[in-house]
Design a protein around this ligand. Structure first.
Ligand SMILES: Nc1ncnc2c1ncn2[C@@H]1O[C@H](COP(=O)(O)OP(=O)(O)O)[C@@H](O)[C@H]1O
Ligand SMILES: [Mg+2]
Length: 375
């Protein structure tokens, strides 16, 4: 980059109304600290738990507090109320104060929606960014929506012939009209996992070992969504995750493993268990390693993802059988998260990964503009 190259103005959206608000606040701070100031001019835009957009106070000179638990050095989504609107120049966004002055507080060339879960990762914010017309990191509306909704996601995987555990889905109205456990679970072997279609962070998910537990698990899942998935548990499951990076020709990272202490990776373990349960790269037979990397790209393409994703697998260690569990189109991006770690294992350090994601956002925007306007 020559000294004459203008700095790219990057907006980082963080926080948001989902259960993963705090993870996002940590990711945003890590990203802000990592973006080289000579190439990027970053503006952090917080989204509060009740989905208002605000400009927070950011102090990058404050000492980094890193105790290894990944939850200490973070931004706070609070501050002056703003709106994100189309900018004066084409393909830019403006951050406008909502305090009556209508002042333009920042202009953006690209937005990094560093948000997880419903609202930020499911196409809602992506739709806003499409409407504003600014390039943004990651999947579009469709890929985000299909990736977030477990029913649509499993259907997309199944349609592409990807190996997934047997499952059934049911709507709340149909379950309430006829809560027949035998019909629901016919052909599925226990333990079963009962999951709301549209959540994340293991919230609303139950592991059920006998038919007696189904009704309660269904009631819990229906608190979070009106469609629920009942899925056969994978025996001896090791949890392996692969990063995917790119556009039309994406590449996958070496797999990493999350060592789960309990029966499964529930909310408590995910966010509140001490220590570092990640093994990167995962220790796997060579053929399995290659198979996972191939399946990760296929899963990415099956849901129409773009830019980045983390594909999570369940690996039955005894049968040497691999299952795709899910795709996350905006994976955790703290310094301690799996996605940056697996790429670091492949020789791409955190700050370089961030730069590549921003480049991919511009490439995707250019591709899509050609589709809209072939001239
Ligand atoms: N079919 C399954 N077999 C074994 N364990 C599972 C299965 N489905 C989910 N789990 C366990 O539950 C956790 C959460 O399920 P997941 O589908 O990944 O939901 P979330 O989107 O909330 O992360 C997984 O990390 C894993 O520990
Ligand atoms: Mg998961």
């Amino acid at each position: 980059v020559s000294s004459g190259t203008p700095r790219r103005r990057v907006g980082i959206l963080f926080g948001g109304p989902s259960a993963e608000h705090d993870v996002s606040c940590v990711s945003a701070m890590a990203l802000l600290r990592a973006l080289p100031a000579e190439r990027y001019e970053a503006t952090a835009i917080g989204i509060t738990a009740d989905a208002r957009f605000v400009l927070p106070a950011v102090d990058l000179d404050a000492p980094v507090v890193d105790t290894g638990s990944a939850m200490d050095d973070h931004l706070v989504a609070a501050g002056r109320a703003v709106a994100l609107v189309p900018g004066h120049d084409p393909s830019t966004a403006a951050v406008v104060g909502l305090d009556g002055t209508g002042e333009v507080l920042a202009e953006l060339d690209v937005v990094f929606p560093l948000l997880h879960g419903p609202f930020g990762e499911d196409g809602v914010v992506q739709g806003l960014l499409e409407a504003v017309g600014v390039p943004y990191v990651g999947s579009g509306v469709h890929g985000s929506a299909v990736g977030m909704d477990k029913v649509s996601m499993k259907r997309a995987f199944a349609a592409e012939g990807l190996p997934i555990p047997p499952y059934r889905s049911i709507r709340e109205a149909d379950w309430l009209a006829k809560p027949d456990v035998d019909a629901l679970t016919e052909g599925l072997a226990y333990p079963l996992f009962v999951k709301p279609a549209n959540m994340g962070s293991s919230i609303g998910i139950s592991r059920v070992t006998t038919a007696d537990g189904i009704a309660e698990a269904m009631a819990l899942a229906f608190v979070h969504d009106d469609r629920v998935l009942v899925e056969q548990g994978v025996d001896h499951a090791r949890e392996i995750e692969c990063g995917v990076l790119g556009g039309p020709e994406p590449m996958s990272s070496p797999p990493g493993e999350v060592r789960v202490a309990g029966d499964w990776f529930d909310y408590q373990l995910k966010y509140f268990s001490p220590g570092d349960p990640m093994i990167v790269p995962a220790q796997l037979p060579e053929a399995i390693d290659a198979r996972l990397r191939e399946l990760a790209v296929q899963a990415f393409q099956a849901v129409g993802a773009d830019g980045l994703a983390r594909v999570d697998f369940l690996y039955d260690d005894e049968a040497e059988q691999v299952y795709v569990n899910e795709i996350n189109t905006m994976p955790g991006f703290t310094a301690h998260s799996m996605f940056p770690k697996v790429w670091a294992a492949d020789g791409i350090p955190y700050h370089e990964l961030a730069g590549r994601l921003l480049d991919l956002a511009f490439e995707r925007h250019a591709r899509r503009r050609r589709l809209v306007d072939p001239a």
